[in-house]
Ligand binder design. Structure first.
Ligand code: HEC
Ligand code: HEC
Ligand code: HEC
Ligand code: HEC
Ligand code: HEC
Length: 404
């Protein structure tokens, strides 16, 4: 009997102590207080929900395309139209290490985002304060960076010239559509987000430091001018291609793409007859002749390889060598750039191959330059299969040698 009472008393005491501890813990003056920190950086915020401009059915590119057919077809070639569906992007987004802000340059309109983020708990990018977005449109999300991302603001279509032929309200604002304001808002970010996550692409700064600044810009190089009707049957005007061609590495095997090449190749004509006991020599110079920024630019995972393969008359590989242009990064334990030999605008670099043959006979040197999105290890880590092209070939030539 006595033991039973004691048992009840102990149980009651434990519950009571637990309740006090719980109460104390929750009002603990030493416990971390939750403070909602507002968003500051531009890429932490989406472009606020937009209304459909009068005269239009919705914000989708598909809809603009019913009238602006050529613009729509061109945009479909662009990586902008794949900024959400891109397999690598989706693979990275699904990782816990990817914060909410990844989506703001890839699906920039609030209408494309499921949640409205109003702040960060204690400024922690992994603790966004979210509410459901009543204007979320899944189909619009699939379009990535679409016409409305760049052209729709406050019920108007932002354009660059006066017209009274449009069925939708137009606001002329060339500054909004400029390289400095529009392109650089996404193509220049340098932030260490967390110790192992750095966002570094400085295409904008690279351009500003180049001889092209104030002569040619993102728009003049990446959106070449063309005379055409903006809608079939309308008068011809100065217009711009909407391919946004860049590296040109397609997003899907066989997918349509437009390529721009920054490099020009200057091979040195080799001596074809080589005396036995002499070395076989070859050299090629690569110049960043056409890009208004470094080459490669943007994503630090890009690189260029200069591959040399020497084969004998039986096609057996005798020697090989590889040159590389690109950055090297360490991601763990802290993100740190280890090296960077990207070519500056107008910079030239020479790559040499030499080999001392052990036998007389005929030889073939295969030279190939390839432009890469990422290396095989990164692709494997992101579980990307063969349907995701990792590189394209931009120079290929064979040279014959005879060793006598
Ligand atoms: C400040 C805007 C911005 C933010 C924020 C951003 N990106 Fe991007 N992202 C870009 C731009 C611009 C490119 C175009 C590629 C380039 O510059 O080389 C790109 C390209 C990519 C690509 C394609 C790379 C390729 O080789 O085709 C992936 C994948 C990607 N981003 C993932 C992410 C992830 C994951 C995050 C969040 C950690 C993120 N992005 C946040 C602007 C952004
Ligand atoms: C029903 C047909 C139609 C639809 C749909 C349409 N437009 Fe237009 N748009 C026009 C016409 C017509 C013009 C005027 C052409 C001219 O003046 O040569 C025009 C002009 C423009 C201009 C140039 C404005 C300027 O002053 O510089 C832009 C930009 C534009 N449209 C973007 C869009 C976008 C983005 C969408 C989709 C959200 C869209 N349009 C949907 C017919 C349409
Ligand atoms: C990444 C931003 C971006 C996207 C995406 C984009 N545009 Fe444009 N658009 C521009 C810029 C920049 C101009 C040129 C402004 C100037 O004249 O300086 C332009 C110009 C135009 C013009 C005026 C005529 C011309 O060709 O210069 C039309 C029409 C137009 N865009 C329609 C569209 C349509 C339709 C889509 C989607 C299929 C689209 N744009 C997607 C940035 C964009
Ligand atoms: C809302 C953010 C945003 C804006 C604004 C924007 N871009 Fe992009 N851009 C991106 C992202 C993200 C990608 C990469 C998408 C991918 O690879 O999946 C990209 C890709 C590109 C590429 C292709 C890169 C390659 O790998 O070949 C070019 C070129 C480009 N943008 C030029 C421009 C120009 C020119 C403008 C201004 C008219 C512009 N962008 C405006 C976000 C943006
Ligand atoms: C003088 C012309 C020129 C100017 C100015 C220019 N670009 Fe480029 N850009 C190129 C060429 C050419 C390439 C193709 C490089 C390659 O991959 O061979 C390129 C490639 C790119 C790429 C793909 C990255 C890569 O390494 O291939 C992006 C992203 C890009 N440009 C964005 C921009 C933005 C944003 C601006 C403005 C800040 C800009 N470019 C200004 C010519 C230019």
């Amino acid at each position: 009997m006595k033991t039973k009472t004691t048992y009840y008393l102990i149980t009651a005491a434990v519950i009571f102590a637990g309740a006090i501890a719980y109460a104390l813990f929750n009002n603990n003056p030493f416990a971390e207080k939750e403070v909602i920190v507002p968003l500051t950086e531009s890429w932490e915020k989406a472009i606020p929900n937009q209304e459909v401009p009068a005269g239009l059915v919705d914000l989708k590119a598909e809809n603009c395309g019913t009238c602006h057919q050529e613009h729509y077809e061109e945009w479909q070639y662009s990586t902008h139209s794949h900024a959400w569906t891109d397999k690598q992007f989706q693979a990275e987004l699904s990782k816990d290490s990817s914060p909410f802000l990844c989506i703001n340059c890839h699906i920039p309109l609030q209408n494309q985002q499921e949640f409205i983020v109003t702040g960060l708990v204690n400024g922690d990018i992994y603790r966004p304060v979210k509410e459901v977005n009543p204007k979320f449109d899944k189909k619009l999300q699939m379009e990535g960076i679409n016409c409305s991302s760049c052209h729709v603001r406050d019920g108007h279509i932002i354009g660059a010239f006066e017209t009274d032929l449009a069925p939708h309200p137009v606001k002329v604002d060339p500054l909004h559509l400029s390289s400095e304001k529009l392109c650089i808002s996404c193509h220049n970010a340098n932030a260490v987000v967390t110790p192992t996550l750095a966002c570094t692409f400085e295409t904008g700064d690279e351009w500003k430091a180049s001889k092209y600044y104030e002569k040619q810009d993102c728009v003049s190089c990446h959106m070449p001018e063309v005379e055409r009707s903006l809608v079939a049957g309308y008068p011809k005007r100065k217009s711009h291609r909407h391919w946004f061609a860049g590296s040109g590495i397609p997003k899907e095997k066989g997918a349509k793409t437009k390529v721009m090449n920054g490099l020009e190749f200057y091979p040195e004509l080799p001596q074809k007859i080589v005396k036995f006991t002499d070395s076989l020599h070859y050299a090629i110079s690569l110049k960043n002749e056409y890009a208004g920024h470094r080459m490669p630019s943007g994503d630090p995972e890009r690189f260029v390889l200069i591959n040399f393969k020497l084969r004998d008359s039986k096609n057996k590989l005798i020697a090989e060598d590889t040159g590389r242009i690109g950055e090297k990064w360490q991601w763990y334990p802290t993100a740190k750039k280890l090296s960077d030999n990207n070519l500056y605008p107008e910079e030239t670099r020479k790559f040499k191959f030499a080999h001392l043959p052990k036998e007389k006979g005929k030889y073939k040197l295969e030279v190939e330059v390839t432009k890469h999105r990422m290396d095989d290890a990164t692709a494997a880590y992101n579980k990307l299969d063969d349907s995701y092209p990792l590189f394209i070939s931009i120079f290929k030539k064979d040279y014959e040698f005879e060793v006598k």
